[in-house]
Design a binder for this molecule. Structure first.
Ligand SMILES: [Zn+2]
Length: 208
């Protein structure tokens, strides 16, 4: 069988289009059909429009990194929140992902700093405590005079397990550990909580 015939079977549009579809299909929530639809959208858009997307991806990968203090996303050494001296410096909110910082900031009621774990302990996915930013967290608690930690990991089995692990880790430290009150339904994900719900959960936080 000729190479061309084989390509026709597995990649009806040729290598470049097949590759683009494969790349889109790696994105979360994008199945094969959607990946194909996106690839055709790019094929049909004009070159400068398509290049804006390529450029945006390139720029974000080259300029955005984790804040050296809290692991939130930033284009600088320190993120905007860590750089803001008006914020309460001895109050830390622990979240799984940078997008959770954004969610809590949108509630407008938290005035402390954050610590982004960059994930959650998940034995099923092979993610252990050593894969999270826990060393940096312990260092911060000891060196920055942190007085209270608000656990804002997701109210899921893994989020709760991660919060419990951290509270054990900090058992000997003189720091008060609280958890968002259960205004947020168990099993729900932080990013889907609405603003009022989050504000209530923060105000009503309870000792862990
Ligand atoms: Zn930061």
């Amino acid at each position: 069988m000729s190479r061309r015939a084989k390509e026709t079977d597995t990649q009806p549009y040729g290598h470049a289009v097949g590759n683009l579809i494969d790349q889109f299909a790696t994105l979360p929530g994008i199945g094969r059909k959607s990946a194909e639809r996106l690839a055709h959208f790019i094929l049909n858009s004009n070159e400068s429009e398509a290049m804006k997307l390529a450029e945006a991806i390139r720029e974000v990968k080259q300029t955005v990194r984790a804040c050296s203090r809290c692991f939130n996303l930033t284009e600088n050494e320190l993120c905007a929140i860590c750089s803001n001296t008006q914020r309460q410096q001895d109050l830390l909110c622990i979240v799984e992902q940078p997008k959770d910082v954004r969610t809590i900031e949108a509630s407008g009621v938290f005035r402390g700093l954050y610590h982004v774990l960059q994930g959650k302990i998940s034995p099923l996915e092979g993610i252990g405590p050593e894969d999270l930013t826990l060393d940096a967290l312990v260092r911060r608690v000891r060196l920055e005079g942190v007085k209270e930690i608000v656990m804002a990991t997701n109210p899921t089995l893994e989020g709760d397990g991660t919060a419990l692990y951290i509270s054990n880790l900090l058992e000997g430290d003189d720091v008060k550990i609280t958890r968002l009150s259960r205004g947020i339904a168990s099993g729900s994900v932080l990013e889907f909580a609405n603003r009022e719900m989050l504000a209530d959960a923060l105000k009503g936080r309870q000792e862990f």
